[in-house]
Structures are given as structure tokens and as C-alpha cells.
Design a protein around this ligand. Structure first.
Ligand SMILES: [Ca+2]
Ligand SMILES: [Ca+2]
Length: 113
């Protein structure tokens, strides 16, 4: 699913893509991503989270709350904004954060209050 599709699916279920504002929540994301496998039993490559920097480059915010990202868990070389088109937040290996093009295909981690 693209980021927009993933976000729409979470919202249709009464929630939103996961918002991570603490180490505890990041631990949950890590456990979630490391326990989901694709058909060949490889860890699923990426999951969407609720963050974007679509409006202004490298000004990341949570789409659900509109709040800027404070806690972050970026992979050391991320966010890379590769090709000047990576504006949506997803997980890399081990649940570490990466920015991807929003049209990239990832799974969704939904959260419901
Ligand atoms: Ca970007
Ligand atoms: Ca990236």
C-alpha cells in the first residue's frame, strides 16, 4: 500500500497510522515489525508510520496530530530524502526509521486510542 492508502485504511478502521512519541512505543514498533514475515518467511521490509515532511522538506510532523516529531529513531543515514522525493515515514530493518517515497509499497501499522 502507498502511504495514502495505508493511512486511509487505518482511518476507516477508526484509528490512524502509528504515532511514536516515546521509547516505549518504539519498542512496540520494533516487536511488531520483527514478528511479521512475508510469504517466504523473510521479515516484512517496511511498515508505514504516521509521519510526513511533505509540506516543507525535513520538517517532519505526525499527520494525525499535526505535531512535529520530537522523539525519533532514524537509521544513521536517514532521513536521506533520496531523489528529493522521500516524504513519508516508514520502518527499516528492526523497526528503525527511514523516509520513503510516499508511493512506495509498505504495510501499515495502525493505532487506535
Ligand atoms: Ca523529505
Ligand atoms: Ca530514505
Amino acid at each position: 500500500m502507498t502511504w495514502d492508502q495505508a493511512s486511509a485504511q487505518c482511518r476507516s478502521l477508526g484509528g490512524h497510522l502509528v504515532v511514536v512519541t516515546s521509547e516505549e512505543e518504539q519498542t512496540y514498533v520494533h516487536l511488531f515489525t520483527s514478528s511479521h514475515y512475508d510469504d517466504s518467511m523473510k521479515p516484512v521490509v517496511c511498515f508505514w508510520m504516521d509521519g510526513k515532511d511533505e509540506e516543507s522538506e525535513n520538517h517532519w510532523y505526525w499527520d494525525w496530530t499535526g505535531q512535529p516529531l520530537e522523539y525519533t529513531n532514524w537509521y544513521p543515514t536517514e532521513p536521506s530524502n533520496t531523489g528529493d522525493k522521500e516524504n513519508c515515514l516508514g520502518t527499516h530493518k528492526g523497526g528503525i526509521w527511514n523516509d520513503y517515497p510516499c508511493y512506495y509499497k509498505c504495510h501499515a501499522i495502525c493505532e487506535k486510542e
